[in-house]
Design a protein around this ligand. Sequence first.
Ligand code: NAP
Length: 286
Amino acid sequence: MEYVTLNNGVKMPVLGYGVYKISSRDCVECVQNAVRVGYRLIDTAQIYDNEEAVGTAVRKSGVPRHDFFLTTKIWLTNDRYKTAAASIEQSLRKLQTDYIDLLLIHQPKRRDYHEIYPAMEVAYKAGKVRAIGVSNFYRDRFEDLTRSCEIMPAVNQMEMHVFQQQKSLHEFLKGCGTQIEAWAPFAEGRRNYFQNPVLTGIGAKYQKTAAQTALRFLFQQGAVSIPKTVHWEQMQENFNIFDFSLSHEDCVQIEQLDEGQTLYASQMHNESGTWLRANPDTLEVF
Ligand code: NAP
């Protein structure tokens, strides 16, 4: 496994396993399988309702805790200093661990992150969290937060895939020393992702699939990726991206797939979307 070094010196695997939409019933077995394949970064969230299953799989794996990199995210409803702090304690209990490797704000809502982030900074200083960061913070929110925070976010987890490459945000984050992490690195299969002719064509040169080509591309761009699958073969497929290299010409071709906008407008239906729709002047997220 390759690692990136975060702005506080903590090492983070460049490839992980995401557990969004995996029921708590299936999640223990899925994570156990992912660990057998070699994944050590596991990406969950309070809202996924499977932190406990992730904790159980990690505990039962036989792999030392310090080999894992566990990420969870504070959900929108824990939007006050006190509720955010309490939710961190609850995540620790559910994950059955005394520290979280990376704790993120799941997404911005109003300016509540000014309440949530200080609770995360306190947990960080207390050693309950090894790194803190954000998710779904476009540049305006990121700058607003970082104008007042004490500890710079180590990571910003964003929608990022070949159709939404986040080029300008990525450049900006690099300048801040914040690592970009790609959620939905396959756009959940949207746009016929796994049959995309550019990805399958380039992949064929290296005996690789579209999925492997896309993950390799994100890796070569400097992003951490957290693909999700419930299938053993696909877990292996997605993990095997370190034995080939895309050429400059391959990357230029894949860069042309970028549409420069979200494929997730449906996220506007969620709670923060309601607020964002009512405040269109601040609408840069989604
Ligand atoms: P994704 O990883 O882009 O795509 C998952 C879909 O691709 C599933 O339908 C999966 O199928 C399929 N798939 C995976 N590998 C495949 C392969 N090799 N060949 C063919 N199909 C394959 O989508 P995601 O789960 O939304 O995103 C990944 C992770 O990012 C999540 O699990 C979560 O941890 C995180 N995330 C974070 C946010 C945020 O707001 N911070 C938002 C979304 C996601 P099967 O499952 O049927 O195997």
